[in-house]
Design a protein. Structure first.
Length: 129
């Protein structure tokens, strides 16, 4: 299995699953290499399922991605970021976990709301469309 080259944040996959053309076009244009998602993104997508059929659609889409599991070090980093930025920047803990996964694996993070991740130092975030 190819090493992941980039991490895709939840909102992009929500757009993809809803059939939003810019999301599909962008995902189809990715350079060779298996894209990754955080386990947090996988869980967030499952939370949005209203029935078994929707869950099967989500699980089929997730099969195309490497799911990254946070290490203890990444969990500590997410915790530190959250403590530093939840009050001053409204930083969400799940975004901290997603950012820590990208940071831990040295991946570029693609996200629609790049401002959610702006306070996290050492993290490269790109808005794809």
């Amino acid at each position: 299995m190819a090493e992941p080259t980039h991490l895709i944040e939840t909102s992009i996959l929500v757009d993809m699953l809803r059939g939003y053309p810019p999301a599909k076009t962008w995902i189809d244009s990715l350079s060779p290499g298996r894209p990754a998602v955080s386990f947090v993104t996988a869980a967030e997508l499952l939370v949005g399922c209203r029935d078994r059929r929707e869950q099967q659609v989500v699980e089929k889409e997730l099969a195309a991605y490497t799911i990254l599991w946070d290490s203890e070090a990444a969990s500590h980093l997410a915790w530190d970021w959250y403590r530093q930025f939840h009050l001053s920047h409204g930083m969400g803990f799940l975004d901290c976990l997603i950012g820590a996964a990208a940071h831990q694996h040295g991946l570029l993070l693609y996200a629609l709301n790049d401002k959610h991740f702006s306070p996290l130092s050492g993290l490269q975030v790109v808005r794809p469309y």
